[in-house]
Write a protein that binds this ligand. Structure first.
Ligand code: SF4
Length: 457
């Protein structure tokens, strides 16, 4: 790489003359802005022809200013060095310098990002993928892991500006993008009459989705022999970030405020699985009925297949417009290993439930989460996605995120090359069977922020 190329790459950050010295500081600003000073040092690295990686990942002398980098420096740095052959998109992004494309969001989603600022608006713990922050590139928003340990070895880092509205993304010290961060929603500032903050009842996902876990408890969660190993449903409850049971009236109050104050467009209602044979469908019905009685908000409900398919019509009659029943893993071996309790519900029961639900909600209004990276092969996921799409079920394939505090916290992150191969195959199935996220009324597959699948439909 010659100096001209390096300088061209640096023009991204340096072009922000007004931005860089003020927001990111310079080497002489270290007393005022240690992170900025660190960045300024990193940016000077290539000009001096020095290797960037050790600086980005920290050194012993950086411990005071950058504990994350220091932690990495204390580990096996070689293990964190990215392999361009395994991450062709990452290698291209690094080669091309500053860019803004959905490819970058897909890359960040697989690798995670080392966040170099305060936590701010983020989702830690809870059901489903977590330890995320929402990042937007133009109209595209992605939930990107950055609060978990697994993200510490990402080649990507994000540095927010002083307003917290934007962040620069660096790969090994070179700027490869600039992203926007959704602001804190206004409804987060409200409390119920008995003093419960609205954000403990429902949270903003991506930029316009309201999400809640109606019951923050699951029959499977406390036993290693039954729990889903990727799930952190108990963690946000234990840390006081949510309440165990969201009452219908509370949900209605929060949903109305989120629509009126923040323009929320749709709502996801998920639940831990209770001891009842309806698998949570009954509490989803009463919750959806309460919300739709006070505000016009499309709702996706998410639960395990209930004992009786009549629940699908009851859910619809309560105001639910889309339904998610999540496979998570697609082969019996992986299901048994990762989610032994849920695996007792056979795949074939999911398919009879999908058929019955599609009859009620319509083709494309029923979806299922599939976590790539847990051990299912690329072919197994692609073939299952084709089967699902053929019966009108949207296969929402997302890269698995290792969440801190779960048994899979140290599980390898999904290979971004695998995801880059998978997305087009699933996209082809979606097109073949006439499914598209834009046509979904509400829910995760419509939101799409936990996956890059939307860009391949
Ligand atoms: S895809 Fe689902 S879980 Fe992910 S941000 Fe959107 S609503 Fe939340």
């Amino acid at each position: 790489m010659n100096d001209t190329t390096i300088l061209r790459k640096l023009q991204g950050p340096l072009r922000g003359q007004a931005l860089l010295p003020q927001v990111y500081g310079s080497a002489s600003d270290s007393a005022v802005d240690p992170v900025g000073a660190q960045l300024a040092r990193q940016l000077q690295g290539p000009l001096r022809g020095q290797a960037l990686l050790p600086q980005v990942q920290g050194s012993d002398s950086d411990r005071a200013v950058d504990p994350v980098g220091a932690q990495l420096a204390g580990e096996d740095v070689g293990k964190h060095a990215p392999d361009p052959k395994r991450t062709p998109v990452g290698a291209r992004l690094a080669r091309e310098g500053s860019t803004a494309s959905p490819d970058l969001l897909a890359e960040l989603q697989c690798h995670g990002v080392r966040w170099q600022g305060a936590d701010g608006l983020a989702r830690k713990g809870g059901a489903g993928p977590s330890d995320h922050k929402a990042l937007s590139l133009g109209e595209h928003t992605a939930m990107v892991p950055m609060l978990n340990r697994a993200s510490l070895d990402s080649p990507y880092s994000a540095v927010p500006d002083s307003s917290g509205a934007q962040a620069l993304i660096f790969r090994e010290g070179l700027q490869v993008g600039q992203v926007q961060l959704p602001g804190v929603p206004k409804f987060y500032g409200l409390n119920t009459e008995d003093g419960i903050p609205y954000w403990k009842i429902a949270t903003l996902h991506s930029k316009d989705v309201l999400a809640t876990t109606v019951l923050q408890h699951c029959i499977r969660m406390n036993e290693a022999a039954t729990s889903c190993q990727f799930c952190a449903i108990g963690q946000s409850l234990a840390s006081g970030k949510t309440i165990a049971r969201k009452r219908p009236a509370q949900l209605a109050q929060v949903a109305k405020a989120a629509v009126e104050l923040d323009g929320v467009k749709h709502m996801v209602m998920t639940t831990g699985t209770p001891q009842t044979s309806d698998r949570g469908a009954a509490i989803l019905c009463e919750s959806a009925a309460a919300v739709t009685a006070v505000v016009d908000l499309p709702i996706q409900a998410q639960c395990e297949p209930p004992d009786d398919d009549a629940w699908f019509q009851r859910l619809k009659d309560s105001g639910v417009v889309s339904l998610g029943m999540h496979l998570e893993a697609v082969t019996d071996a992986v299901r048994q290993r990762i989610m032994p309790g849920k695996a007792e519900v056979p795949l074939e029961r999911y398919f009879t439930a999908f058929d019955a639900a599609v009859k009620v909600f319509g083709r494309g209004q029923v979806s299922t989460y599939i976590l790539a990276g847990l051990g299912d092969s690329e072919d197994a996921i692609a073939q299952m996605s084709e089967r699902l799409a053929s019966v009108g079920v949207y296969p929402f394939v997302v890269p698995f995120v290792p969440i801190d505090g779960t048994p899979l916290a140290r599980h390898p992150k999904p290979d971004s090359a695998l995801m880059q191969r998978l997305y087009p195959r699933i996209g082809a199935s979606l097109r073949k069977h006439g499914l598209h996220s834009d046509n979904i009324n509400a829910g995760c597959a419509k939101c799409g922020a936990c996956s890059a699948l939307k860009h391949h439909e």
